[in-house]
Write a protein that binds this ligand. Structure first.
Ligand SMILES: NC(=O)c1ccc[n+]([C@@H]2O[C@H](COP(=O)([O-])OP(=O)(O)OC[C@H]3O[C@@H](n4cnc5c(N)ncnc54)[C@H](OP(=O)(O)O)[C@@H]3O)[C@@H](O)[C@H]2O)c1
Length: 316
C-alpha cells in the first residue's frame, strides 16, 4: 500500500469553509492528481455557480447528488480511489454511510474523514467533550468495522482566521475587533496554541496525499505556527502601530458561559467549548508532522503573514 498513488480523488463538502481551500490546493498541485471530482448538492449548484464554474474550468468534475442517497454515492465512487470528506458539522452523521459505501466499493481505498480541527483523542478529558463525539465515533468505526479502507485524520487546531475573528462570540470566548481597538483573550493569554491558516490546511492535505507511506492510518498533526494569544496581540499592536484595549475572560467565566450556551441549546455552544479547549492546552502536541510531510516554515503562513492578511481584510 505504501506505493499507492491517488489517481482519482472525490471530495464531499468541497464547497464549504475548508473544502474550498482543499480543492484550491489540489488544483494547484496539478498534475499530481490526474482526476479530481467533487460531490455537491443541488442547493450549492444554485447558490455557488461561480465557484463551480471556476473549478470546472480548472478540470474538476462536478457530480450533483444527495449524500443521503446511497445510489448517488455509489455512482459517484465509481473509479475513485481516494475520498476526502470536508462535510460541515451539520452533516457529520452522514459520514458513517459514506464510509460504509466506500468500504464496500471496488475502488475506494483511502478516506479522509472530516476533521481539520481539534484532536478528539488529545488526552483522556477529550473523550468527554461534546463536540468530539461524532469524530470519535468515526474513528471507532474505522477501528472496528472498516475492512478495505485506510483512514487519515488531519488535525490542524483552530484556523487562525476564524480564531481572531471570534465568530461573533468575542465577549464570551475571545476574538479581535480592530475597528473598536479591542481584543478579548481567555485565561491569562499565555497558553500556546497550534494554529493553522486555512490555505495551509489544503497544503497539508496535498502533502498527506503525496506521502501515503506516512499518512496511511495516521492522525497527522499540523500547525502553521504555535503562539500564545498574547503573542498574537503583540503582533497586532506592532502592525497597527498602536495598543488594543485587551480584556481577559477568566477560565471560570468561560466555563460558565459555555454551560449557559449548552443549557440554552444554543448551537454556538460547540464553538465556545472548542475555544475553551484551545485555551487550556488542547491544541499543543508533543510532536508535529509538518516536517514528516515535507512542509517547511517557508511553505506555511507565519504569525506575521496571518495577522497581515487579517488586517488587509483578506477573505477566508
Ligand atoms: N479548525 C477550525 O477552526 C474549524 C473551524 C470550522 C470547522 N472546522 C471543521 O472542519 C470541517 C468542515 O467544516 P466547514 O465549516 O468547512 O463545513 P461547512 O462550510 O459548514 O460545510 C461544508 C459543506 O458540507 C456540505 N453539507 C451537506 N449537508 C450539510 C449539512 N446538513 N450541514 C452542513 N454542511 C452540509 C455542504 O456542501 P455541498 O452543498 O457542496 O454538499 C457544505 O458546503 C468540520 O469537521 C469542522 O468541524 C474546523
Amino acid at each position: 500500500m505504501a506505493s499507492f498513488k491517488p489517481l482519482h480523488i472525490l471530495a464531499f463538502g468541497a464547497t464549504g469553509n475548508i473544502g474550498k481551500h482543499i480543492i484550491d490546493q489540489l488544483i494547484r498541485a496539478k498534475p499530481a492528481f490526474p482526476k479530481i471530482s467533487i460531490f455537491t448538492s443541488p442547493n450549492t449548484v444554485a447558490t455557488k455557480p461561480e465557484l463551480l464554474s471556476q473549478w470546472k474550468a480548472a478540470g474538476v468534475s462536478v457530480i450533483v447528488g444527495d449524500i443521503t442517497n446511497s445510489e448517488d454515492v455509489k455512482n459517484a465512487y465509481h473509479d475513485v480511489d481516494t475520498a476526502i470528506s470536508c462535510l460541515g458539522r451539520g452533516a457529520l452523521e452522514h459520514q458513517f454511510e459514506l464510509i460504509r459505501l466506500a468500504d464496500e466499493s471496488e475502488s475506494v481505498r483511502w478516506f479522509f474523514p472530516s476533521e481539520y480541527g481539534t484532536d478528539p483523542d488529545h488526552d483522556p478529558s477529550s473523550a468527554l467533550e461534546k463536540p468530539h463525539q461524532f469524530k470519535r465515533r468515526v474513528r471507532k468505526t474505522f477501528t472496528e468495522q472498516v475492512k478495505n479502507l485506510k483512514p487519515t485524520y488531519l488535525v490542524v487546531g483552530p484556523y487562525i482566521e476564524m480564531w481572531v475573528d471570534g465568530d461573533g462570540l468575542k465577549d464570551a470566548f475571545g476574538g479581535f475587533d480592530v475597528k473598536n481597538k479591542e481584543a478579548t483573550l481567555l485565561g491569562d493569554g499565555e497558553q500556546p496554541i497550534g494554529f493553522t491558516a486555512m490555505e495551509d490546511v489544503g497544503k497539508a492535505l496535498v502533502a498527506a496525499l503525496q506521502r501515503p507511506e506516512i499518512s496511511f492510518g495516521k492522525v497527522l498533526k499540523i500547525a502553521s505556527f504555535t503562539k500564545s494569544p498574547n503573542q498574537i496581540l503583540a503582533e497586532y499592536e506592532k502592525q497597527l502601530g498602536h495598543k488594543l484595549n485587551a480584556k481577559y475572560v477568566t477560565l471560570d467565566e468561560v466555563r460558565s458561559f459555555e454551560k449557559k450556551y449548552w443549557d440554552e441549546g444554543n448551537p454556538r455552544a460547540v464553538v465556545g467549548t472548542l475555544r475553551r479547549i484551545w485555551a487550556t492546552g488542547g491544541a499543543v502536541y508533543d510532536k508535529l508532522d509538518n516536517e514528516a510531510l515535507g512542509l517547511n516554515e517557508n511553505q506555511l503562513q507565519s504569525l506575521e503573514e496571518a495577522v497581515g492578511n487579517r488586517l488587509e481584510g483578506k477573505p477566508f
